[in-house]
Design a protein around this ligand. Structure first.
Ligand SMILES: Cc1ncc(COP(=O)(O)O)c(C=O)c1O
Length: 370
């Protein structure tokens, strides 16, 4: 019996061929302002999916977020409002700029609470980073409205939400800049990688500089930057994944629908990301369990079913952020979510039998433990 991981990359012959072609060509990277042929082809595909004016590929979702903050000039003395119920990157990039992350609580759907965001705005607030958690869009209208009233920049952490829509618009296009991740478990991947979308010409120019040590023609640094370039091999792989994205997301939706129907009679497990005005890409299908979350996870593991807890420790309670004094902040919804969430496999690599095993083992665990 093969173990079913909660997520895994789905790589076919087309991806292997695309990578090998680049390896054989000898053009592994193109350190220019525009990026290499594969990078530009990948950017073009993301651009047409999103309908964005500019897409800038980078080598991780973290680099995407950091590059945007740098391009926006976020610096010491500034505050950036972020959720604590997220991956570390969302807040770490704020610290990396010397600025202060200001943590706010979430709603029942695990996304940033727009009212909490509004209350947290001060004269020092430069930007807000809502995260589309698990691939489910945050309440962007409320967030944008509150931000616009105080001239606060909005940056979407869309690391988990490539292909999701909010009121008909793709995530990443609902703000000043959207940041995507192509990490190995994401809905489309190049192992490591990322992309930024924006309609702002000036910002796009700065982002291209930041990803290439500020160079235009070579050794002519015009802005502080780093090596945030996506290698050509990774871009070629990501390009093929973009061609397959629609199919991947359809499979995730089908698998999730199967499990939702299977769990309709289960007591004590709640799904809360279901507003009619937005689509979920089900990067993660996550339930809130009223008790015994870790025992349920263990029981599924024994049945060969991987699960995930994203995230067991809110960012502001990690040892680093505790040391920096952030853990005093009261975020009750965040703390509750960290105790209760459990994600189940719905990735496109699941067979019918896999899916049945996920369903059966969860129903059995729920009967005993919830
Ligand atoms: C919400 C969120 N933000 C940021 C990131 C950072 O992306 P990466 O791992 O590509 O640096 C991730 C993914 O790992 C994520 O899930």
């Amino acid at each position: 019996m093969d173990f079913i991981p909660v997520n895994r990359p789905i790589i076919g012959e087309e991806e292997k061929r695309a990578v090998l072609d680049v390896v054989s060509s000898g053009m592994l990277v193109n350190p220019s302002y525009e990026g290499g042929k594969q990078v530009r082809a990948f950017e073009g595909k993301v651009k047409s999916l999103l309908g964005a004016k500019h897409v800038v590929a980078v080598n991780s979702g973290t680099a995407a977020l950091h590059a945007v903050l740098m391009a926006m000039g976020v610096k010491a003395g500034d505050e950036v409002i972020v959720p604590s119920f997220t991956f570390l990157a969302t807040a770490n990039v704020v610290l990396a700029c010397g600025a202060k992350p200001v943590f706010v609580d979430i709603r029942e759907d695990y996304n940033m609470d727009p009212a909490a965001f509004r209350r947290a705005i001060t004269k020092k607030t430069k930007a807000v980073i809502p995260v589309h958690i698990y691939g489910y869009p945050a309440d962007m209208d409320e967030i944008r409205e509150a931000a616009a009233a105080k001239s606060v920049k909005v940056i979407e952490d869309a690391a988990e939400s490539l292909g999701a829509t909010y009121k008909g618009t793709q995530t990443g296009r609902l703000s000043d800049a959207g940041c995507f991740s192509l990490y190995a478990t994401k809905v489309a991947t190049s192992g490591e990688g990322g992309a930024i979308s924006t309609d702002d010409d000036e910002l796009a120019d700065l982002l291209r500089l930041v990803r290439n040590h500020g160079q235009v023609h070579g050794y002519d640094a015009r802005h502080l930057g780093f090596n945030y370039r996506l290698p050509e091999m990774s871009a070629a792989l990501a390009s093929v994944q973009m061609d397959k994205l629609e199919g991947f997301l359809a499979a995730r939706a089908r698998n999730t629908k199967y499990l939702m129907e299977r769990f309709s009679g289960v007591q004590g497990a709640k799904f809360t990301q279901d507003a009619a005005d937005r689509t979920h890409v089900f990067y993660l299908y996550t339930l809130s369990l009223r008790k015994n979350r870790d025992r349920v996870a263990k029981s599924l593991h024994a049945a060969g079913v991987g699960t995930g807890v994203y995230w067991p420790i809110p960012v502001h309670r990690t040892p680093l952020y505790t040391k920096l004094g952030f853990s005093r902040k009261k975020l009750p919804m965040t703390d509750a979510a960290a105790r209760k969430v459990l994600s189940l496999p719905v990735h496109p690599g699941l067979t019918k039998e896999d899916l049945e095993r996920v369903g059966d083992s969860f129903v059995a665990a729920a009967r005993e433990l919830l």
